[in-house]
Every structure is written in structure tokens, then in C-alpha cells.
Design a protein around this ligand. Structure first.
Ligand code: GDP
Ligand code: PGA
Ligand code: MN
Ligand code: MN
Length: 613
């Protein structure tokens, strides 16, 4: 089959699965006319297709095939040094009205943005293949699941989407059956044929210095240009499952959240489910795969980054993981910290921006205590321990199917999701925020979520370590006005009533005077989860502090930990002066939302101040 443009500028050959849906066929044609690819391939999601694409990526120099005996069917990609993280400054929520995007999002008038994008996308796929990537977020056909179609000129994106989503023929069939689907267009922005018809050589990681990550919340469309990096280019993930889905959730009465979901079983066999929102690179993947250091407890993984949650028939809040894979931070992932992830990464992995060992395997800071004497770093340069720079990029990532994690819960694909007992909000705070505090009630929990600050990480462009507000860990991902989003959470609490999960604040990252972490973290975080569940069960009392309820010293299981009394005290210290200063900053922060700010948030702030005295 050939799609022929009347003025003969595009004549793209077509291959792959057959599109039967008229609307989808028309849209594919329209985008092909705009972007002018040489060929169009409709992905069926098969192993053969994956193998062919990875072969082509190796051929093109985008992928390095790792040693088959050490890391079977696995690859290393090295991005352009400028294309290593999400670009929040170039991420736009183009709602009809600016106030609907709110003060925390970049906004451009949608008509103006459409005009700009029409220009940058014109001819942007020349000389390349445009892949049609049908995908389902959530198990195909599930009542909470949703489909989308990404058009992309990046085979790296196609391969990654097959790992991260349910991609291919089944999702395409859903579109054919009339399911609502979200259109998403992606181009790396580096055509191989210029305006005069001259061809140029491709590069291993094509991208463009100009980037756009654009969302139209009313029409539910996504357009991404200029980047190949996961968070910018795998459009099922942040763009759809968070930014667009948060808008769907607002309109339809559910929640799309930047949360891991885990199942935890106690020594008595009781099963609980917990969701936790931490900003990017603040511990979600690690907590989702936690191996408890306290006996009798077991954690299994449902999801590590995104949760879609809605009230079930019994009135409780149910969560699904809309993804099918993990796009995890590599540095810091090792046998001591996250042995589950290490086991998940034995085969069939795409690594991006980690280091290459001399025997064809991968390495990153924290994988092993012993540092290899010689490596090739993430930029392809020779590296030794005294090179004075990290071998792997701080935001280097692994992409792997979820069911490769030995911790995956049998119910991780349950169509209706799992009922939540506990929700955690956290961030990376060297000071002020205690290890754990229970909220007084749902409204106070929403206030805690709304006022989270966290030190910035390498997951997005910007100064690492700078403290910023990241409400609900959704700052870069909320597709509408953040104040309305808080209102939506408050309304959800009213709907859930006594069935609502209990909300806690946690902080694994508090530091002592010497600058080192006070809390061992990782597997020992199970001690905090245990306390939270004992609170849920009404087994233990708590100490009322101005910022929430803290554990009584005897209730937190510290057996086997080498923690001095001073360290323990420092972990839970609530310094009134610092918290009053934070309250002033919160007042300033809230002011930008004007009359959209729910009155309840102001009430919570007043109460916090009153408790602080
Ligand atoms: P995510 O991006 O939110 O999924 O965060 P990850 O789980 O990938 O963790 C990001 C970084 O934080 C990694 O380098 C981890 O090793 C580190 N990290 C995760 N959990 C803990 C913890 O409990 N304590 C400390 N100190 N570091 C942690
Ligand atoms: P993360 O996911 O939360 O695991 O870091 C990617 C991101 O948020 O950029
Ligand atoms: Mn994330
Ligand atoms: Mn993660």
C-alpha cells in the first residue's frame, strides 16, 4: 500500500499491521503529509519486529549489543550529552485558558502553539521511517485501561514502548473496536533530507537543540519534538499516563498519580497495599522493590512510577499500574540497595547512558563496591577511577519489562487494581522533615502532599540539590491548575470517607551534622511501613507533634540497627522556628493560586501555625 500526496512530496511505503479504523488511518495520513517520512511501519508488537528493530539500531550505532553470555539480548544506548533528562522548561500545557494550566505549568495559547508546531514538524521525518505505535496503558481491554497511538521517527522509542507499555496488534484492535484513543506525535527533529533534497548521514542519537513537549488537555493530544530521552519521548508514560490522564481523572472522578504501588504482607499473613508519591529520583523504584530487613514481612511490586486510582464498588480506593515496564534510575542500584532490580536486569534490558565494561557488560556508580579499573564512560570516552567524573550519567536508566522483577506481585495485572490502605508522600529533605509522620486526617494529608518540597535531582534539567516545591511529586506532571488538583483530591477524600487510605509523610534523606544520611534507608524502610500499618490497625498510639503524629520510641522497630539516640532524635526533630519559616514560604507559595486555592488549604496552614505556637 502507498500513501500518495497529491503534490507528490510524500510517497511513503507502508508495512506492518493493517489499520482498519478510518479515523486512525486518516490521522496517520495527515501526519505523514506534514512530516514526510520515506516509509510508514505499523507496529504489531511481535518479537520478530522487536528483534529486527534492535538489529537495525545496532547497525545504526544507536545500540551497542552487550556480551550475550553476560547480559543476554541487552543493549546500551548513549544519548547526545544534551539529551539526558526531561526538559521541564520546554514542557507545555496548552489549555484554551491560561488559568486552567495554572501558575506551575508553562502555557502557550493553543492556536499559537499549533502554528509553531506545524512549522517545526513540517518535513521533520524526511528520510526516516514513521512508526505507528499503538499502545495500551493498563492491561489491554481492562475497565480502567486506555489506549493511545504514538507516531514516532525513533526506533529507540518503538523498542522502549514495547517494554514500557502493552504495544502492538492488540492495542490496535482496541482502536479498531472504537475505543477512545489519545493521538501522540513524536519526532527527534532531525530529518535526513534537507529542503533541496540533499541526503545527510544519520547520527547514533538524532535530536534537536529545540525541544517541545506539548499537551492539549481539552482535545487530549500530545506533540513531542527534538528529544529522544524517555521522559520526553515515550509518550505513554509522563505525557499520557500523567499529564493527559490527570485531566481525564479530574473530569471523570479518578486520580492519575506519580506513585509506586506495592503489596505488603505482614508476619500474620495479612495483606496491605500502599501507594507512594516521591519526586523523580527520590526512591519510588527502590521502595516498590523493597526487601524488608525485618523478619516476617514481604513486599511485592505492583508498579514503580505511575498509579491510576479510582473508588471501587466497596467504596475503597483501587490502584492499577498503567505501565508494563520499569524505566529506572541506574546509579545507586546494587546488590546492597536493590537486589531485586539487579536480578530483574539480568537479560532483555535496554540501558541508556551507563558505562560499558571491557568485557561487554554494563556498570554504574553503586552497582558494585569494587570499581572497575577501566571502563568506557556514558559518552564513549575511556574512563578510570581517577578520571574525576562519573562513569554513568547520574540520570542513566534501565528499561525492562515489569514481570522480570522477581518481586512482581501475582495481581499486578488485575484489571480492577488493588485496594489501598496507605498513601505516602515524600521527598528528598536534608533537614526539617522527620522520617515519618502520620497526617491528622485526609485534609491534612492533602496539605502535606500539596506542600512537599524536595531537593532537585538529575531526572530533569536544572541545578541538582536546589530545594523546590513539588506538590504530590506532580509538579512536572499535572495537566491542569495545581490548585484545582488539590481541590480534586479533597473531593476524593469526601467521596471515600471512612474508606480512605491513611496518609503519611516520609523522608529517607534527612542528614546529620556530618552531612551523611541519618537513616539507612532501602530495606530498612520496611520498619517505617510496619509502623504505618500498625497505626492503620490501631495497634499503637502516637505522639502528637505540630506537623503530624510521630511514632513513640518503643513502637518503631529498630532491632538490629546501629542508630545512636542522638541520630534517632535528629531523625524526628521538629524545629518550630524552621517550620514557622516554612509556613511563611507556604503562604507565599499558595498566593500564586489566587482564588483557585481551596479554602481548606489556607485553613490547614492556619492550623499548622497554631500548632507551632
Ligand atoms: P525514583 O526515580 O523515584 O524511582 O527513585 P529510585 O528508586 O530510582 O531512586 C533514586 C536514587 O535514590 C537512587 O540512586 C537510589 O539508590 C536512591 N535511593 C532510593 N531509596 C533510597 C533510600 O531509602 N535511602 C537513600 N539514601 N537513597 C535512596
Ligand atoms: P522516575 O521516572 O520518577 O523513576 O525518576 C522518570 C521521571 O520521573 O523522570
Ligand atoms: Mn517518574
Ligand atoms: Mn523510578
Amino acid at each position: 500500500m502507498t500513501i500518495t500526496d497529491p503534490d507528490a512530496r510524500t510517497a511513503a511505503t507502508m508495512s506492518g499491521a493493517e489499520i482498519t479504523d478510518e479515523a486512525l488511518a486518516a490521522w496517520v495520513r495527515e501526519i505523514a503529509e506534514l512530516t514526510q517520512p520515506d516509509a510508514i511501519h505499523v507496529c504489531d508488537g511481535s518479537q520478530e519486529e522487536y528483534d529486527r528493530l534492535t538489529d537495525e539500531l545496532v547497525e545504526a550505532g544507536t545500540f551497542i549489543r552487550l556480551d550475550e553470555s553476560r547480559r543476554p539480548r541487552s543493549f546500551l544506548a548513549r544519548s547526545e550529552p544534551s539529551d539526558v533528562a526531561r526538559v521541564e522548561s520546554r514542557t507545555f500545557i496548552c489549555s484554551e485558558k491560561e488559568v486552567d494550566a495554572g501558575p506551575t505549568n508553562n502555557w502557550v495559547d493553543p492556536a499559537q502553539m499549533r502554528a509553531e508546531l506545524a512549522e517545526v514538524f513540517a518535513g521533520s521525518m524526511r528520510g526516516r521511517t514513521m512508526y505507528v505505535v499503538p499502545f495500551s496503558m493498563g492491561p489491554v481491554g481492562g475497565p480502567i485501561s486506555r489506549v493511545g497511538v504514538e507516531l514516532t521517527d525513533s526506533p529507540y522509542v518503538v523498542v522502549s514502548m514495547r517494554i514500557m507499555t502493552r504495544m502492538g496488534a492488540e492495542a490496535l484492535a482496541q482502536v479498531g473496536r472504537g475505543a477512545d484513543w489519545v493521538p501522540a506525535v513524536h519526532s527527534v527533529g532531525m530529518p535526513l533530507v534537507d529542503d533541496d533534497g540533499l541526503r545527510r548521514e544519520d547520527v547514533p542519537w538524532p535530536c534537536n537543540d529545540t525541544k517541545y513537549i506539548v499537551h492539549y488537555p481539552e482535545t487530549r493530544e500530545i506533540w513531542s519534538y527534538g528529544s529522544g530521552y524517555g521522559g520526553n519521548a515515550l509518550l505513554g508514560k509522563k505525557a499520557y499516563a500523567l499529564r493527559i490522564a490527570s485531566v481525564l481523572g479530574r473530569d471523570e472522578g479518578w486520580l492519575a498519580e506519580h506513585m509506586l504501588v506495592l503489596k505488603i504482607t505482614g508476619p500474620d499473613g495479612r495483606v496491605y497495599h500502599l501507594a507512594a508519591a516521591f519526586p523523580s529520583a527520590c526512591g519510588k523504584t527502590n521502595l516498590a522493590m523493597l526487601r524488608p530487613t525485618i523478619p516476617g514481612w514481604k513486599v511485592e511490586t505492583i508498579g514503580d512510577d505511575i498509579a491510576w486510582m479510582r473508588p471501587g464498588e466497596d467504596g475503597r480506593l483501587y490502584a492499577i499500574n498503567p505501565e508494563a515496564g520499569f524505566f529506572g534510575v541506574a546509579p545507586g542500584t546494587g546488590e546492597m540497595t536493590n537486589p531485586t532490580a539487579v536480578a530483574a536486569l539480568e537479560h532483555d534490558v535496554v540501558f541508556t547512558n551507563v558505562a560499558l565494561t571491557d568485557d561487554g557488560d554494563v556498570w554504574w556508580e553503586g552497582l558494585t563496591d569494587e570499581v572497575p579499573a577501566h571502563l568506557t564512560d556514558w559518552q564513549g570516552q575511556a574512563w578510570t577511577p581517577d578520571s574525576g567524573r562519573p562513569a554513568a550519567h547520574p540520570n542513566s536508566r534501565f528499561t525492562v519489562r515489569a514481570d522480570q522483577a522477581p518481586s512482581i506481585a501475582p495481581e499486578w495485572e488485575d484489571l480492577g487494581g488493588v485496594p489501598l490502605d496507605v498513601i505516602l508522600f515524600g521527598g528528598r529533605r536534608a533537614t526539617n522533615v522527620p522520617l515519618v509522620a502520620e497526617s491528622f486526617d485526609w485534609e491534612h494529608g492533602v496539605f502535606i502532599g500539596a506542600t512537599v518540597s524536595s531537593e532537585q535531582t538529575a531526572a530533569a534539567e536544572g541545578a541538582v540539590g536546589a530545594l523546590r516545591r513539588d506538590p504530590f511529586a506532580m509538579l512536572p506532571f499535572c495537566g491542569y491548575n495545581m490548585a484545582d488538583y488539590w481541590g480534586h483530591w479533597l473531593a476524593m477524600g469526601e467521596r471515600l470517607g471512612s474508606h480512605a487510605p491513611r496518609i503519611f509523610q516520609v523522608n529517607w534523606f534527612r542528614k546529620g551534622a556530618d552531612g551523611s544520611y541519618l537513616w539507612p534507608g532501602f530495606g530498612d524502610n520496611a520498619r517505617v511501613l510496619e509502623w504505618a500499618l500498625r497505626r492503620v490497625n490501631g495497634e499503637v498510639d502516637a505522639v502528637e507533634a505540630p506537623t503530624g503524629r510521630l511514632p513513640r520510641p518503643q513502637d518503631l522497630n529498630l532491632e538490629g540497627l546501629e542508630l545512636t539516640d542522638e541520630q534517632l532524635e535528629a531523625l524526628f526533630a521538629v524545629d518550630r522556628a524552621s517550620w514557622l519559616a516554612e509556613a511563611d514560604l507556604t503562604e507565599e507559595y499558595f498566593a500564586q493560586f489566587g482564588d483557585r486555592l481551596p479554602a481548606e488549604m489556607t485553613r490547614q496552614l492556619d492550623q499548622l501555625r497554631a500548632r507551632l505556637g
